[in-house]
Ligand binder design. Structure first.
Ligand SMILES: NC(=O)C1=CN([C@@H]2O[C@H](COP(=O)(O)OP(=O)(O)OC[C@H]3O[C@@H](n4cnc5c(N)ncnc54)[C@H](OP(=O)(O)O)[C@@H]3O)[C@@H](O)[C@H]2O)C=CC1
Ligand SMILES: Cc1cn([C@H]2C[C@H](O)[C@@H](COP(=O)(O)OP(=O)(O)O[C@H]3O[C@@H](C)C(=O)[C@@H](O)[C@H]3O)O2)c(=O)[nH]c1=O
Length: 290
């Protein structure tokens, strides 16, 4: 039996949860292999819930390829909606609380306004739409959920904007990066820490919460800082969204208001630049040791 079971354990956030749990000496947390924890495979899920009888389930499993989702709608919907619903149904059956991770992309983000949990959702991409459907499917079958919407995740694990910029920056003298999409980067290690704080808080104020790092910047600002902190000498050219063609549309302004999560769980949120520096130090250490 484990107090917590994590789904999507080998992804970026799942890896960060593993790291933070080990650093905080939490042993009562299981990270099952994907072969035994496919969120679309109900019989295996039932077996897992029956063995573990978890107090908490953390769902980091998702279809996160934002552009690919535009053409792979059914797979995105299966994983982001039906997968989330499967976990919620079993949570209801086994009286487990579900901590589910969602996204700023559930918002349209067409106004420069801080987004709170009660603001109207109106996704403009398949990824955002299927993530919203997942949120709604969870709320339909259980009340014992924490849905945590976050934005622009990066870390030393998996694929993310920081690692992409470092790779491209080392290959090229200049890069064009969008300047009119504003949001907040979130170090997935900070989010993992916050999620575990919620699970161990004993506070059952279920509902939807927003979490990102502090501050608000554009992808262009973020790229400039990544190169500055990484000491990579690449010129960054600011461009409007219209000059960077992608399959999926993305919100122009999706800065999340974190008041509710900070007040409810007494969580301290690091400033984005401080966390970026921590992450790049870790990435440098990994490169130097390899
Ligand atoms: N990345 C970001 O910038 C942001 C992410 N989020 C949300 O945060 C959460 C974590 O994201 P992140 O860790 O970055 O994403 P990743 O893509 O790194 O991880 C998702 C994981 O889910 C796994 N997975 C996919 N399908 C299934 C399935 N059927 N059963 C079990 N596991 C499955 C993937 O495995 P495989 O690789 O084998 O497919 C992968 O390991 C997601 O809910 C995402 O929507 C929110 C805002 C920003
Ligand atoms: C590589 C690159 C990207 N960009 C832009 C495209 C895009 O608008 C932005 C970020 O691109 P990415 O493809 O890395 O990130 P993207 O997949 O859009 O990131 C999103 O992922 C999902 C999962 C979320 O939930 C969101 O919160 C958000 O993090 O940067 C440039 O302008 N220049 C470049 O060279």
């Amino acid at each position: 039996m484990s107090k917590i079971v994590v789904f999507g354990a080998s992804g970026q956030l799942g890896s960060c949860l593993k790291k933070v749990a080990a650093e905080r000496y939490f042993s009562d947390i299981a990270f099952p292999e994907e072969s035994a924890s496919n969120i679309l495979d109900l019989p295996s899920l039932e077996k897992l819930y029956d063995t573990e009888k978890p107090q908490f389930v953390i769902n980091c499993a998702a279809y996160t390829a934002v552009d690919k989702a535009e053409e792979d709608i059914e797979t995105a919907r299966k994983i982001n909606k039906e997968g989330a619903a499967n976990l919620a149904k079993l949570c209801q059956l086994y009286n487990s609380a579900l901590i589910h991770v969602s996204t700023d992309f559930v918002f349209k983000g067409d106004r420069p306004k801080l987004l709170s949990e009660d603001d109207e959702t109106d996704p403009i991409s398949v990824y955002g739409q299927t993530k919203l459907e997942g949120e709604l499917a969870i709320a339909e079958v259980t009340d014992k959920y924490f849905i945590i919407r976050t934005s622009w995740l990066y870390s030393e694990y998996g694929n993310n904007f920081v690692k992409t910029m470092q790779r491209l920056g080392r290959e090229r003298d200049e890069l064009k990066v969008i300047v009119d999409q504003v949001g907040t980067p979130t170090y997935a290690i900070d989010l993992a820490d916050a999620i575990l704080n919620i699970a161990f808080s004993g506070n059952d104020a279920y509902g939807t919460y927003h979490y990102s790092n502090e501050g608000a910047i554009s992808w262009y600002d973020f790229a400039k800082s990544i190169f500055e902190v990484s000491e990579i000498d690449t010129k960054v050219i600011p461009i409007p969204t219209s000059e960077y063609i992608t399959k999926a549309r993305r919100p122009a302004y999706s800065v999340l208001d974190k008041t509710k999560i900070k007040e409810t769980f007494k969580i301290e949120v690091p400033y984005w630049k401080d966390s970026l520096i921590s992450c790049i130090h870790k990435l440098n250490a990994l490169t130097n040791n390899s």
